[in-house]
Design a protein around this ligand. Sequence first.
Ligand SMILES: [Zn+2]
Length: 397
Amino acid sequence: MDSLDHKQIGQKLRLFHLQAEAPGMVFWHPAGLVLVHAIEDAIRRQIAADGFVEVRTPQLVRRPIWEASGHWENFAGHMFAFGDEGREEALKPVSCPCHIEIVERLAPSYRDLPIRIAEFGLVHRDEDQGALNGLFRLRQFTQDDGHVFCEEEQIEEEVARFCRSLRALYAAFGLSSFSVFLSTRPARRVGNDDLWDRAELVLAAAARSANLEPEIQGGEGAFYGPKLEFSLRDRLGRSWQCGTVQLDFVMAERFGLSYIDSLGGKARPAMLHRAILGSIERFVAILLEHHQLALPGWLAPEQVRVLPISDEQAPYARMILETLQRQGLRASLGPGGQTLSRAIVDAHDAGVPLLAIVGKREAAASKVALRERDGAQRVLTLDAAAAELGMRSKPPV
Ligand SMILES: [Zn+2]
């Protein structure tokens, strides 16, 4: 069967739509938002385990902040800017400056470092309408953004922590093949060569300590620092750059951010920008094109569908449904008035990973026939089936 693209799958599974009146911005339908939340919840558990705290910062921020960050000068063409009582402001294209504003108010000392701040940052970028491409390129999207503020000697461990957590996380999404790149100093840059030497060495050492061998991408770093990039390979052999961790020599300086060092003086913290998935919306597109209609059970908007063979089993089927829903499973009841074979095909087309089929025999014995996507089927007691469904639908991360 030919592969469907994520827009076709999104329509088939009723996940989302896009329309001309809001170009590059997504209307998430109920099933799609379930998927988005399943992804975000997994990221939340990961970042909590990594010692991050979550924040939320303003959408509309005035010009002085974007001047300090350099966006007003370098990124103006991609920002949605407005006037507000004669003052200029813009929808945030990134969350970094807002995180700096929070850290500044913590007035940290060296004992507070590293400070790790994360945000599901809703950002807007004014992309050309011709460049928009489904969920791959939007004008409004959500970054799983995060920043680490630390002392220079803490950088290597912070980067290594980040690298170590990625392998299991990507594998949980069914994407276990990835490459790592180290993007080094570009021709146009700030900071002296000594600083860049140290920064590039630190990133390479951190990757190695997480058992990764980055390929060098000469000259591909940002002007303000080198970065590690993680490219996931999908079923079709395409690569998608998702994770990044980037050293930044510039922004803390531009905002005058400091901490009190162990001698009581002021020192400049190092800043790391990191994201595990990049854009959540784009990651949904990658997942859909990779898995097609067969998302892993823990991500499937509908995890199990209960199918009574005839109306006689409807009360028993409803009881099973309630048992599964009480367990936190995303379960539904198949539409009645269909042949079983039709109902199985429909459930398959709707991407439902597991079916709980009940006929006369199952109802009489308080049992249920569990059917897999590949057609394999086993009859279990209701308790055993509920336990197994619960286990198989649980997020692995
Ligand atoms: Zn950032």
